[in-house]
Design a protein around this ligand. Structure first.
Ligand SMILES: [Zn+2]
Length: 232
């Protein structure tokens, strides 16, 4: 992690400013991050096909307006100054999945990404690493377990319709057998940066459940359909 003064210097040299209040510095300044975090969390959304084939997604921002711009700037435009604030928001979403009486560490399983990340850096694993550190600082016990992988690299989902997305990712994921043994008694939370149709998250949940694991909830920074139940 860079020293704070190096980050400050980089912000000065790059002329970076907060996208919300224009204060010089990272693209989301600490006070604007605090303001976003003070908003009441959106109601979790249940996706899938009841009964049984569903998962509840906890998230912090709708995938529109500010939320969409922050994630696109991070993922598509490679703005690494957003990694920490987005990691804090992801930690908030994960924290709302953790049971009050959790006696063991919750296992955080990221949705697998493409073999070639678009901007040359692993966007979700980097966010999850930050979220995990943030949760540890809050006293929450979590472990990151990249247990799901893609057994064939599906085509990019962006711009595809809901049905086409579902067909593309169906049965695209494998679960690591050694991870199944490690996670056998654990509560699993599936993590993504943004849930749009829900197809990818739901398929990861299905793959983990087929392997016999106890998937509890899913967490993401953003969800596209705020306040509305999304069916895949
Ligand atoms: Zn600001």
């Amino acid at each position: 992690m860079p020293m704070p003064w190096i980050t400050d210097l980089a912000d000065l040299v790059l002329g970076r400013a907060c996208g919300l209040c224009q204060a010089p510095g990272p693209s989301l300044c600490p006070s604007c991050l605090d303001a976003l975090r003070r908003r009441p969390p959106p109601e979790p959304v249940v996706i899938g096909h009841p009964p049984g084939d569903t998962v509840t997604v906890h998230y912090r921002l709708p995938y529109s307006g500010v939320g969409q711009r922050l994630l696109l700037d991070y993922k598509e435009h490679g703005d690494r100054s957003l990694r920490r604030p987005l990691g804090v928001l992801l930690a908030d979403a994960i924290e709302s999945c953790i049971a009050d009486d959790a006696s063991t560490a919750e296992m955080l399983v990221p949705v697998p990404g493409h073999a070639r990340p678009r901007r040359g850096f692993p966007a979700l694993p980097d966010l999850l690493r930050l979220a995990h550190l943030e949760l540890a600082a809050r006293g929450a016990r979590t472990l990151v377990a990249p247990a799901v992988s893609m057994h064939r690299d599906h085509a990019p989902l962006k711009g595809r319709g809901r049905l086409e997305r579902w067909r593309t990712v169906r049965h695209a994921f494998d679960v690591d057998p050694s991870a199944v043994r490690r996670l056998a008694r654990a509560r699993v939370i599936v993590v993504d940066d943004v849930v749009t149709t829900g197809a990818t998250v739901l398929e990861a949940v299905r793959a983990l459940r087929r392997a016999g694991l106890d998937v509890h909830d899913a967490a993401a920074v953003c969800h596209r359909e705020a306040g509305a139940a999304a069916r895949v």
